[in-house]
Design a protein around this ligand. Structure first.
Ligand code: ADP
Length: 449
């Protein structure tokens, strides 16, 4: 027998449990242990303090959700199916660092927390819930976000300027260059467009990391909404020689198809961003001769939107990462197709901010389907919300009518100064180039003649 091997004695085990108790009592993270039905059988002092539960005795034997009440990070109520903590507790699956907002007792106070659940795999099916206050982490992330946001905003402007000059240099009406220079400038133009898109995506990402931005929910008929947004892609698809089909239909039998009316409560700008990214990607990753199908349908209490393409597809390895920030599948196809790896990350955040889910099904070389599922409204709920919207609009109209009219006419306001205004081209600037520059500046800065 080894000299170093010790036989465990009862005294050792007692020591261990005393030490474990001291450790659990002294840490700042909340720890709750429950049985497999979610009934609390242990809590540490930090958990009592964070949830403002008074004493240990008060919570022992209670169901965990009476002590640990959560909202989404944006302050939205979480239904049972949307609440990852409830799901993990029910199924016995682990949960890793879900970020939510902890409702402190019966007060208005909220603490941002990261919650984990670890099943113990013992006979009783105990589950251990740990949660920690992430106020400081969020503050630091907020500072980082602010920095990236300012930097990308500042860098977008000179990039648009570079892009503008390259466009002018490539335009035979504004510059004379030889074929070699055209080749160099075309490559430079491609790179500067990529950079411009990267800064724009970074800016969008930081806007979305900023938790002060909340969705502006409005009732909407979803089939019409999705159709009107994706109709913008018909011309682009035609140009790329790709078939584009929008179908919001439910097969009643083989011959009849019934238009479905599906109501939702969504942010219109978020919907546009989501569909722009999904349909934009479908176009980008589908070669000539391929097809894209967009569909919207009601599925119980959810709305299901799918964007399907017959394009290059995504391998199983990549599929689990594509919604991460900056992730791009690396293969011979994607290497030649420009991208930033931010579009799907932004899309996922937008979908989740509206209480939805996004996922993809694909196989390499066999096309892809992206699904977005959003909460659905019944016809009655839609009507009620529409009435509320109309009332709000009426109140706003009345408030505007009662406001004193401005004494200064609008035309005397100072014009917005452009950032990019090459004097020598002002008279000859073709409209096309102007539009291009305005687009690059994202419409925020107008060209002034
Ligand atoms: P990107 O700017 O690179 O397109 P996204 O975040 O939109 O960034 O997409 C991440 C990655 O997912 C892409 O780089 C690509 O590899 C893959 N991807 C997204 N959509 C599709 C699609 N419809 N078909 C094939 N691959 C796709």
């Amino acid at each position: 027998m080894s000299l170093f091997k010790r036989t465990k004695t009862k005294a050792d085990a007692d020591d261990q449990s005393v030490l474990a108790e001291i450790a659990l009592k002294s840490i700042n993270d909340g720890v709750i242990m429950t049985d497999k039905n979610g009934i609390i059988n242990f809590v540490n002092p930090a958990a009592i303090k964070m949830t403002n539960s008074g004493t240990t005795e008060r919570v022992m034997g209670l169901e965990y959700s009476l002590m640990l009440k959560l909202e989404s990070q944006e302050g939205r109520e979480l239904s049972e199916t949307e609440n990852p903590l409830a799901q993990a507790m029910q199924t016995g699956q682990p949960l890793d660092s879900f970020r939510g907002s902890l409702i402190v007792g019966t007060t208005d106070k909220r603490i941002p927390v990261a919650i984990s659940v670890s099943p113990t795999n013992n006979l009783n099916g105990n589950r251990v819930i740990t949660f920690r206050n992430i106020t400081k982490e969020l503050q630091e992330e907020g500072e980082q976000t602010e920095f990236i946001s300012t930097a990308s905003h500042e860098m977008r402007t000179p990039v648009a300027t570079i892009d503008g000059y390259i466009t002018l240099a490539l335009n035979p009406q504004t510059a004379t260059i030889d074929e070699r220079a055209r080749g160099y400038l075309t490559a430079a133009e491609k790179a500067s467009k990529h950079l411009g898109k990267l800064f724009q995506d970074l800016l969008d990402t930081t806007k979305l990391d900023d938790r002060r931005i909340r969705p502006n929910f409005e009732p909407a008929e979803m089939v019409g909404l999705v159709k009107s947004i994706t109709d913008d892609y018909i011309a682009r698809a035609k140009e790329a020689k790709i078939n584009f089909t929008f179908g919001s239909n439910e097969s009643v039998n083989n011959t009849h198809r019934m238009e479905q009316v599906v109501y939702g409560f969504v942010d219109m700008n978020f919907m546009r961003e989501i569909l722009d990214n999904l349909v934009g990607n479908a176009l980008k990753y589908t070669p000539e001769g391929g097809s894209i199908y967009v569909n919207v349908r009601g599925d119980g209490d959810r709305i299901l939107i799918n964007v399907t393409d017959t394009g290059i597809g995504i391998s199983a390895d990549d599929l689990s990462h594509i919604f991460q920030k900056f992730y791009r599948a690396d293969n011979s196809d994607t290497r030649t197709i420009g991208g930033t790896g931010l579009g799907l990350y932004i899309t996922k955040q937008r979908v989740e901010a509206m209480g939805g889910k996004i996922w993809a099904e694909s196989a390499f070389g066999e096309g892809s389907t992206f699904y977005v599922s959003l909460p659905r409204l019944t016809g009655d709920e839609y009507e009620k919300r529409m009435i509320a919207v109309r009332q709000r609009q009426m109140i706003e109209q009345l408030a505007r009518a009662n406001q004193p009219q401005p004494s200064t006419p609008q035309s005397t306001l100072a014009p917005i100064q452009p950032q990019f205004q090459p004097q020598q081209f002002q008279q000859t600037q073709p409209q096309l180039v102007q539009n291009q520059i305005n687009n690059n500046l994202n419409g925020e800065i107008k060209w002034v003649k």
